[in-house]
Design a protein around this ligand. Sequence first.
Ligand SMILES: Cc1cc2nc3c(=O)[nH]c(=O)nc-3n(C[C@H](O)[C@H](O)[C@H](O)COP(=O)(O)OP(=O)(O)OC[C@H]3O[C@@H](n4cnc5c(N)ncnc54)[C@H](O)[C@@H]3O)c2cc1C
Length: 263
Amino acid sequence: MKPSVERIRHELKFRIAEVVRCQRLTPRMARITLHHSDFAQFPSLAYDDHVKLFIPQAGVPLAMPMAGPNGLVWPEGAARPEGRDYTPRSFDQARQEVVIDFVLHGDGPASTWAARAQPGDRLGIGGPRGSFVVKGEFDYYLLVGDETALPAIGRRIEELPAGARVIAYIEIADAAERQAFATAATVEIHWLERAAGAPGLLAAIGAADLPDGRGYAFIAGESATSTAIRDHLVTDRNLDSDLIKAAGYWRRGEADHDDGHEH
Ligand SMILES: Cc1cc2nc3c(=O)[nH]c(=O)nc-3n(C[C@H](O)[C@H](O)[C@H](O)COP(=O)(O)OP(=O)(O)OC[C@H]3O[C@@H](n4cnc5c(N)ncnc54)[C@H](O)[C@@H]3O)c2cc1C
């Protein structure tokens, strides 16, 4: 099949889901399973889909917006919760569950909430509004990111079929943050551990020996790093810019960073 990328829209829905399981996947990654009857139709077609999570505040009723013609409409007088973007790491329509992996990076409404979450807690969840589907076969898939991109990268590695070749560069705090993925694909993962003094993502990609042939590159994580890696791949490696998706998932020193992607 000829490679192509296609954007598919979904009806935008908002729900207040219930936490049903909390697991500490690694010391700095919390895996939280959410339940809502509407997840029986949860639409997530692409590994880098995102949902908007609305974080409850102690003592304040959790208000949910509705999708209006000119953006979100909030109930009058309601306190608006903080919203942050997260990747549906996996979902199970039969069990009506969606799984989110949260990096516990420190201070921030989402990270703080996830560190303390318990079964029975509530969390607002909107979307996904659309999916960016990469179709067809590529000679290789280059997946690059820090721990915030691990949910998307892990989902991608697990869904690629036998015969697919994956090269991943993943920056993490230390060896305890490594994850294992069950996949039929052929996968080469370079874990870049900050505690071990590993080079950063840009330096590692700069020194990487990329295969010949047509590759598709997915880059996500700290915003300035993602942009620099994309520029390097286009300018110095002659990768086709249409076959690169680079996203800023957070920005150092900035809460609720928005890199212009659709919500
Ligand atoms: C499309 C998309 C998908 C994403 N998927 C995921 C996901 O599946 N899992 C996930 O954990 N994150 C994911 N992120 C990143 C996440 O939305 C941000 O890290 C977000 O800022 C976390 O919100 P917060 O309330 O914890 O911190 P904020 O209030 O937004 O930020 C508070 C402070 O923490 C800093 N900060 C934020 N994130 C990090 C970080 N990771 N490391 C170090 N410092 C940080 C900020 O610079 C700021 O100074 C995704 C982002 C996007 C855009």
